[in-house]
Design a protein around this ligand. Sequence first.
Ligand code: THU
Length: 160
Amino acid sequence: MSKKITLSAEIELVEFEALSKVEQIVLGKAKSVSENSYSPYSNFQVGAAVALESGEILQSSNQENVSYPVGVCAERLVLGYAGANFPTEFPSIIGVVAKRKGEESWASVSPCGMCLQGINEVEMRFGKIMTILILRQDGQVFRAQGVKNLLPLKMDDLKS
Ligand code: THU
């Protein structure tokens, strides 16, 4: 016997100008830091920024390695930095942008599965959900409230 189960997820499509001021700043910082991407292997420049509840904004770009799996995504670098340096402050917003080297327009990117699992860890650690902003090629923004909307079957409980 088999039973079909439908998983639901909800994200908003928001005009950039309709984002809150801090959300706009987060994406702006993600855009500027993407220029520091070290991505000679993929030529895909990713920027990620987080807003801590204190208002401080942190940002990182992706950093690759000749041994490809050693490279780290922008999102996990910025979340790791936040955890390492501001362990008690919840990063309530994360924004992600990407661009192919040499291209003018932004590319649409969704955080990879490992990064979504990384976001999940932050949500579990603080018992709160993050606002996740993804810049699209057309300049609009996907906004998700909580990683469960992007990774419905996340690994999230070792206790039960
Ligand atoms: N990348 C990120 O930085 N974040 C993602 O969520 C997706 C992928 C990086 C990894 C690699 O350096 C390049 O983009 C191409 O996959």
